[in-house]
Structures are given as structure tokens and as C-alpha cells.
Ligand binder design. Structure first.
Ligand code: RFL
Length: 390
């Protein structure tokens, strides 16, 4: 019988599985999709400084961070006028790393398997049982039906997974927030920008990020409900990007992927029920502003790995504190993400809010304390066990 069953092999589940493996805790990972799907799913692109430290502390930096460039400047263009922010310098040298999520997942997966890890792909009908007493999970795969007993279950199966839904509704409080903003995101065979770039202006937000040496990901704010930008001809997309990024010479390229991103936030409290512990998107969704979704998932997994290891050695104090510790960071990041969202988007064309957003933007470039606070959040914060409420 394994000590822990981890449901889901995304950033949360694979970080947890590797950290448990390092602590000699026996675990099994169940993943609904096949290996190539998991390894190719493109999403986040930045591991913040705090996330990098988690892998360094665990002795996994060589496996996970090798060759990953460090973050330098962030360029914010206000109505076409460039402003460079050296967030790592403002944060005292704490730089994030450019690590595309699919690369991180591929490396974590390879490391776990190379260490003899038990990862079962393509499982179906996962069900969680007896979570408040002696937990077990049932699932099916190509070879038939299976049942595993364990001491603890880690629900790392993302927003649409089965883990959170296995908690009785009256045991959870959920918070949802619709930011009223849509993002149209395209992946294109187009040269990357010199620095991660965000364009702010009356026509709405746009962004341009590197996705390798010859590819770029672009984001364009749109009005959800009023239009579907996936229907835009490519020349309209490029014209909008050139306009909003204030760069008439922005080179175009073949668009290889078109997606709509919902700007929404979600938090489930508590992140635990009996012997089930939720981590990552299973417990919370955050907007991409601030790039904290993957980083929150990794930070949860780090806290959970330590807490489960201690509990299995007889001290469950950290496990009892797990939900509170992670929720504090979650809400801190939710607030930061909302603050950032309001600064760079055109909120319903409301002129008053536009002036507030401009004041917020100006403060970032005229008030050192404000810039340092921003950089500190970008680097990632430690919600260390033992934090004090004021
Ligand atoms: P994941 O990555 O969703 O992984 C969950 C895993 O669980 C599996 N699964 C199941 N397995 C077994 N049984 C079931 N019943 C299962 N149901 C699901 C799934 O197949 C999957 O393998 O969750 P995790 O690990 O919590 O990681 C969260 C991150 O993936 C997510 O927060 C980020 O991708 C969010 N995000 C970004 N985060 C950042 O930090 N920086 C960014 O720049 C950033 N950009 C983004 C993003 C998310 C995006 N999308 C599409 C949601 C950009 C986009 C477009």
C-alpha cells in the first residue's frame, strides 16, 4: 500500500511526487491522459524565483532548471511609449526563470520515472472513497478495474478534476470572480520580443512573450460576449497587435494556435477534507496576470510534501496547517493578479477607471517602494509555516 496517491500529473502533482520521492515517501501517481499529451500541453512560461528555490532546496535544480534563461526586464508600453522595469534588480537579485510549462512537466516526469516512480497514465473513472477514515481509490484502465488503499490522497487534478468534487458541497466554501475581460491568445511562428512585452492603451491590453527562439505567444484583450476574435482574419489580428503594441513594424508570421482565455478567479476553502489535500488548480484558479498559476501549484506541492512527510513520521501539525498556509499565499496572489489586471486593461472603457489605472502605472515608475513591492510579488513570496496573523 503506498503512503500517498497523487491524482494528476501536472505541475502540482509532479512536483509533489518528486519531493515525496526525495523524502523516501512511497507514492503512486494516477494521470487521466497519456504521456505525450501531458508532456506537450503548452501553458505557463515563467517559473518565479520562489519556485526555482523549491527545486534548488530539493536538489532538483540540475534536472529542472538546466539551461533555463533568467528573467531580466519587463517592458510595459503605455500608448506606445516604452518603460522598462528591472524587476529582478528591484527584488534584490531574485530572478525568475523562463521555463515553459511543458518543459518543466517533461523534466519532472522524466526525473520521477528515472527514480523508479510509479506513474500510471490513461486511467479512467477515478473515484475517491472513505476520505475521512481509510482512503482508497478505484479506477479503470486498459487492463481492467483497480483499487488502491493509501494513507493520504493528494488532489492535483486541476480545476476540472475529480478530487475537489469528491468533497461534500457543505464542507467547502467556493469563491468565484469574473473579471469581465476576455483574452484572445495566439501562438505564432514570429520572432520573440527582446523582453516580455505588455502594451497598455485605450484600445485594450496586448502582450508579446517568447515561446522559444522562433515562436511567440500574443495576447489581445477582447469583450467577451460581444465578439469572438477567433473569427478575426489573421491580418486583423496582426493590425490590432501592431496598433496596441505601438509597433507598426512588428513582424507577423503563421498563426499556429488560437485560443480564448477566461479571465476568472476561483478559490475553494479549505484545501483539505479528511485525508484528502488539494493542490494547484484543483483548489484555485488565478488570472494569468502576474504569471502565478503554475507557481502557486508548485508552492502548494512544496508545502504539502513537507507536511505529508512529517505526518507519516508521526507529526501532523504541518498537515493541519496546510490549508491555512496555502490559502494565505493564494489570496495574496489573487489580490496581486487583480491589481495588475486593473492596471493594464481597459476596464469597460470607463474613463475614471482608466485614470486610476494610469495613476497606478505612474506610481510604479516614480515611487521606488511601489516598484519594489511589485518586484517582490513577481519574485514570489514565501507563506512559510509559522507565519503570523497581524
Ligand atoms: P493541471 O496542469 O491542470 O494538471 C492537472 C492534471 O490532472 C489530470 N487530471 C486527472 N488525472 C486523473 N484523474 C482525473 N479525474 C483527472 N482529471 C484531470 C490532467 O490531465 C492534468 O494532467 O493542474 P496543476 O498541476 O494544478 O497546474 C496548474 C497550472 O497548469 C496552471 O495554473 C497554469 O498553467 C496557469 N497558467 C499560467 N500559470 C503561470 O504560472 N504563468 C503563466 O504564464 C500561465 N499562463 C496558464 C497560462 C494557463 C492557461 N490556460 C490554458 C488555462 C496560460 C494559459 C493559456
Amino acid at each position: 500500500m503506498p503512503d500517498v496517491v497523487v491524482v494528476g500529473a501536472g505541475p502540482a502533482g509532479l512536483t509533489l511526487a518528486n519531493l515525496l520521492q526525495r523524502n523516501a515517501v512511497d507514492c503512486v501517481v494516477l494521470e487521466a491522459r497519456d504521456r505525450s499529451h501531458v508532456e506537450e500541453r503548452q501553458r505557463a512560461g515563467v517559473l518565479d524565483h520562489y519556485g526555482g528555490q523549491i527545486f534548488e532546496r530539493a536538489g532538483l535544480a540540475g534536472e529542472v532548471l538546466a539551461g533555463a534563461p533568467v528573467e531580466t526586464f519587463l517592458e510595459l508600453r503605455y500608448e506606445g511609449e516604452p518603460h522598462l522595469l528591472d524587476a529582478p534588480a528591484l527584488a534584490g537579485g531574485r530572478a525568475g526563470r523562463i521555463v515553459p510549462q511543458q518543459l518543466l512537466v517533461r523534466r519532472l516526469l522524466g526525473t520521477f520515472l528515472a527514480g523508479g516512480g510509479d506513474l500510471r497514465f490513461g486511467v479512467r473513472d477515478v473515484a475517491l472513497h472513505d476520505l475521512t477514515s481509510t482512503p482508497s481509490l478505484t479506477y479503470t484502465d486498459a487492463s481492467g478495474s483497480h483499487r488502491i488503499e493509501c494513507a493520504y490522497v493528494a488532489g492535483c487534478d486541476g480545476f476540472h478534476g475529480v478530487s475537489r468534487r469528491s468533497i461534500p458541497a457543505d464542507e467547502l466554501t467556493t469563491y468565484t470572480f469574473d473579471h469581465g475581460i476576455g483574452w484572445y491568445t495566439v501562438l505564432a511562428d514570429a520572432p520573440p520580443p527582446r523582453y516580455p512585452l505588455m502594451g497598455i492603451g485605450a484600445k485594450g491590453f496586448a502582450a508579446h512573450f517568447a515561446r522559444g527562439p522562433k515562436a511567440s505567444r500574443f495576447y489581445l484583450q477582447y469583450r467577451p460576449g460581444a465578439e469572438d476574435p477567433r473569427a478575426w482574419p489573421d491580418d486583423v489580428t496582426w493590425a490590432e497587435l501592431r496598433d496596441r503594441l505601438g509597433d507598426p513594424g512588428l513582424p507577423g508570421g503563421v498563426i499556429t494556435e488560437r485560443e480564448i482565455v477566461e479571465m476568472r478567479s476561483f478559490v475553494a476553502e479549505p484545501m483539505a477534507y479528511g485525508r484528502l489535500f488539494l493542490a494547484g488548480d484543483a483548489a484555485h484558479i488565478i488570472t494569468p496576470m502576474g504569471a502565478k498559476g503554475m507557481n502557486l501549484a508548485i508552492a502548494d506541492a512544496d508545502v504539502l510534501a513537507g507536511a505529508l512527510t512529517s505526518a507519516l513520521r508521526g507529526d501532523d501539525a504541518a498537515l493541519r496547517a496546510y490549508s491555512d498556509v496555502c490559502l494565505r499565499r493564494t489570496w495574496d496572489y489573487q489580490e496581486f493578479s487583480r491589481w495588475f489586471t486593473e492596471m493594464v486593461h481597459d476596464m469597460d472603457g470607463d474613463p475614471f477607471r482608466r485614470r486610476l489605472a494610469k495613476a497606478r502605472f505612474d506610481r510604479l515608475f516614480t515611487n521606488k517602494a511601489a516598484a519594489v513591492a511589485f518586484a517582490d510579488m513577481m519574485a514570489g513570496v514565501s507563506a512559510a509555516p509559522g507565519y503570523r496573523r497581524h
